[in-house]
Ligand binder design. Structure first.
Ligand SMILES: Nc1ncnc2c1ncn2[C@@H]1O[C@H](COP(=O)(O)OP(=O)(O)OP(=O)(O)O)[C@@H](O)[C@H]1O
Ligand code: SF4
Ligand SMILES: [Mg+2]
Length: 348
């Protein structure tokens, strides 16, 4: 058994294109007095580490408020990290000058959750997709053809470029967002819940498109999602977040077949099974209560206030959950399958 803060994928050859190390993001809480003093902090992300490789997808999963968007935004330096490193192509994003950040963003782009709010309703789709090209001085001489090409690439009719976002469906709008993100030919796409706002019937089409684009362009994805069922299909590796920390990370198959952390097990048990007979036998692991406030996270293991496994432990063992923070540990279950639970083994 070994501990690590660098959950790399041992089965993957080569250097990661993006390495996140001990990423911390805290938002200050200010007093309501005239002199607004800092009286506390929201611990949104508390020491998150992972690697992403070209042509591969890391799924980042967890309940609302666990810090997924904050992690995504800190990676792109849209909200600077409090501490930690974000190493992209060998250079730390957190220490980049404005000029270097601009160049970095040509290679790393973000697609937002809400295709309704993230597209400017007053400009045409062609203009929306052309914007990044214009900002980076790449539009002149062939920009129009590039926009048409990008629309075709994401399955939109290039003849509809003069239409406005409201003339498109939710799925089509997300395709516009993806085309815009691809305009500068990035190497990494951060996809913050790209299908959560879409009808289930349309989600598969957008996920298939993302898979095709990855095959064609060799893109690396950080794919953020609320629930595990969405990432199962697309991710090579999955990291499960709870209250600002990664509690389990593994290759997708290993995570689904041999999950160890009680929180991951509960999330997996919530996924409906298409086979009616097995669905009837599916045993739900229920997690009681609400997620604690990230302004005052529990001591030791942050999951302890809701953990079904802890309820079965002796008083001495349960006390350990409150006193000692569990490290993300490799238990030799699969290539770099790491779990942050003192007692994960005793459950299997
Ligand atoms: N600008 C901010 N100021 C203060 N607190 C913030 C700010 N942005 C986020 N938070 C808090 O940080 C925590 C993490 O939020 P975040 O949006 O990253 O979660 P999330 O996992 O993306 O959730 P969701 O699934 O709902 O999108 C939440 O408690 C949130 O309220
Ligand atoms: S360390 Fe304790 S509280 Fe945390 S997941 Fe393991 S058993 Fe549950
Ligand atoms: Mg979010």
């Amino acid at each position: 058994m070994s501990t690590t803060d660098t959950p790399t994928d041992a089965s993957t050859a080569g250097e990661p294109i993006l390495s996140v190390r001990r990423l911390v993001k805290e938002f200050p809480i200010k007093s309501h007095s005239v002199v607004r003093r800092t009286v506390g902090a929201v611990h949104a992300v508390s020491g998150v580490s992972f690697d992403i490789f070209s042509g591969q997808t890391l799924g980042l999963v967890g309940e609302s408020g666990c810090g997924k968007t904050t992690t995504s935004r800190a990676i792109l330096h849209l909200q600077p990290a409090t501490s930690g490193e974000v190493v992209f192509q060998g250079r730390d994003v957190t220490k980049m000058s404005k000029g270097d950040l601009r160049r970095m963003r040509r290679n790393m782009q973000i697609v937002f959750q809400d295709p309704y709010a993230s597209l400017n309703p007053r400009i045409t789709v062609s203009e929306i997709i052309a914007e990044p090209l214009k900002i980076h001085g790449l539009y002149r001489g062939g920009g129009r053809a590039q926009v048409a090409e990008l629309m075709s690439l994401v399955g939109l009719n290039p003849e509809h470029g003069n239409r406005f976002p409201h003339e498109f469906s939710g799925g089509q709008r997300q395709r516009i967002g993806i085309a815009r993100a691809l305009a500068l030919k990035p190497k990494v796409l951060v996809l913050d819940e790209p299908v959560s706002a879409l009808d289930v019937s349309i989600q598969a089409g957008v996920i298939n498109l993302l898979e095709d684009l990855q095959d064609e362009l060799g893109l690396a994805y950080l794919f953020v999602a609320h629930d595990l069922s969405v990432v199962r299909h697309i991710a090579d590796r999955v990291a499960v977040m709870y209250l600002g920390k990664i509690v389990e990370v593994a290759d997708t198959e290993s995570l689904f077949e041999r999950s160890q952390h009680p929180y991951t097990k509960a999330l997996i048990s919530a996924i409906p099974i298409p086979d009616p007979r097995r669905e009837r036998e599916r045993e739900r692991i229920l997690v009681q209560g609400d997620v604690p406030s990230p302004a005052n996270p529990p001591s030791g293991c942050r999951f302890r206030t809701r953990c079904p496994l802890r309820m079965t432990l002796s008083e001495t063992d349960a006390a350990r959950c409150a006193d000692e923070e569990p490290a993300l540990v490799d238990r030799g279950l699969g290539p770099q399958h790491l779990t942050a639970c003192h007692f994960a083994e005793s459950e299997s």
